[in-house]
Design a protein around this ligand. Structure first.
Ligand code: 5RP
Length: 226
């Protein structure tokens, strides 16, 4: 069974949780693309929703498949956000930001009553940290923030694009931080948030309500274990 198929089944099962009149946050990444396409089909069949995308990439796809978009500044809260993840642990703490959209993803998730995550089975881990943690920093003096993060232990690499540093939709840089193990994700999230120049980190702690995980030809709905 291919991982692409697991992603598709997981994302499509999450898209079925969306109900009439909801305001939806649209995540970013290859799995989120399956959900956006499925929501586009449901809209074509008559479902009435509005959505806020978490990246320019998801905005383009949502427009292409006909999902009505609203400006984030016009809404105070969203009913549900559907998004992918790079890793999740038994408490449903997440690592996100592999696609570089973590800042908008976190703001949109924080504004949502429910955060539904979809993933193939390889994203399930006992402890976060094997996937290098993305941290968005302001380009001004990014080396200072990088040095302070390095002092916490990880190897830190400035993510590269096709011609120089990778730049996010908010004109930030991404530092990929190889922690190896993150025994206490909420504590690390607080430590990173306290560093000057850090815009946001890719740890999403205690935010997800359900993980729709593709496993072969089926989808398991996983809820948090303390
Ligand atoms: C983008 C993200 C993605 O949700 C995450 O990287 C998973 O991507 P994919 O579905 O392509 O594996 O956080 O910033």
């Amino acid at each position: 069974m291919s991982l692409e198929r697991e992603k598709q089944l997981a994302a499509e099962s999450a898209a079925e949780l969306v109900e009439e009149s909801m305001r939806i946050g649209l995540g970013t990444g290859s799995t989120a693309a399956f959900a956006i396409r499925r929501l586009g089909e449901r809209v074509a069949q008559g479902l009435s929703i509005t959505a806020v995308p978490t990246s320019l990439q998801s905005e383009r796809l949502a427009r292409e498949v006909g999902i009505p978009l609203i400006d984030f500044s016009d809404v105070i809260s969203l009913d549900m956000t559907l998004d992918g993840a790079d890793e999740f642990d038994p408490a449903l703490n997440l690592t996100k930001g592999g696609g570089g959209a973590l800042f908008r993803e976190k703001i949109v998730a924080a504004a949502s009553d429910r955060l539904i995550i979809f993933a193939d089975h390889t994203k399930q881990v006992q402890q976060l940290g094997k996937f290098p943690l993305p941290v968005e920093v302001n380009p001004f003096g990014w080396q200072v923030a990088a040095g302070k993060i390095e002092a916490l232990g990880p190897k830190v690499t400035l993510r590269q694009g096709s011609s120089g540093p990778f730049t996010t939709d908010n004109q930030g840089y991404i530092l990929d931080c190889e922690f190896g193990e993150i025994p206490d994700p909420p504590a690390l999230e607080r430590q990173l948030a306290a560093i000057a120049g850090v815009t946001e980190c890719g740890l999403f702690c205690a935010m997800a309500e359900i993980i729709c995980m593709g496993e072969g030809e089926s989808v398991r709905h996983i809820t948090p274990r303390a």
